[in-house]
Design a binder for this molecule. Structure first.
Ligand code: SME
Length: 155
């Protein structure tokens, strides 16, 4: 697949995401449908889902993939760091990331996008792949736009 084709595929997926969430503001339902859309549309993933910030930790939310760690500490691992620093992390090799939390030994690369509402952490979108360096700029930007669609529909 060439880049142009892939970019238009990602744009089409964004349109599908908007359509899926249209007229629906339920926070959990929207996370569930977005996890499924990502997991079933992007190749070579082994996990896609959300953690929700509650009582000063990240708690497992709707996801697709194998059962995962339920509670993650802020500042620890990829999710905890993205949440604490309010920034997207693209980690091409999770095994060299300080404090990485290995929920599924199949994961080798990971992207985490924080969901920030009113300057406060609400949760994270976490995507894992068995490939090293699976995620390029286009995919990271795609996941960030998915989070924007989530926020617009749910809040
Ligand atoms: N690897 C993550 C933990 C969550 S799982 O990948 C689903 C981390 O280091 O925060």
């Amino acid at each position: 697949m060439n880049t142009l084709t892939r970019t238009s595929d990602l744009n089409l997926l964004l349109k599908q995401a908007e359509a899926l969430l249209e007229n629906e503001h339920d926070e959990i339902a929207n996370m569930a449908n977005l996890s499924s859309l990502i997991f079933n549309s992007i190749e070579n993933l082994n996990w896609a889902g959300f953690y929700i910030y509650k009582d000063r930790e990240l708690v497992l939310g709707p996801f697709q993939g194998l059962p995962a760690c339920v509670r993650l500490q802020l500042h620890k691992g990829v999710c905890g760091t993205a949440a604490a620093e309010h920034r997207t992390l693209n980690v091409p090799n999770v095994h060299v990331f300080e404090g990485h939390v290995a929920c599924d030994s199949a994961s080798n690369s990971e992207v985490v996008v924080p969901v920030i509402i009113n300057d406060e952490i609400y949760g994270v979108l976490d995507i894992d792949s068995p490939d090293y360096g699976r995620f390029d700029e286009d995919l990271v930007s795609f996941f960030e736009q998915i989070v924007e669609i989530y926020k617009k529909a749910s809040f």
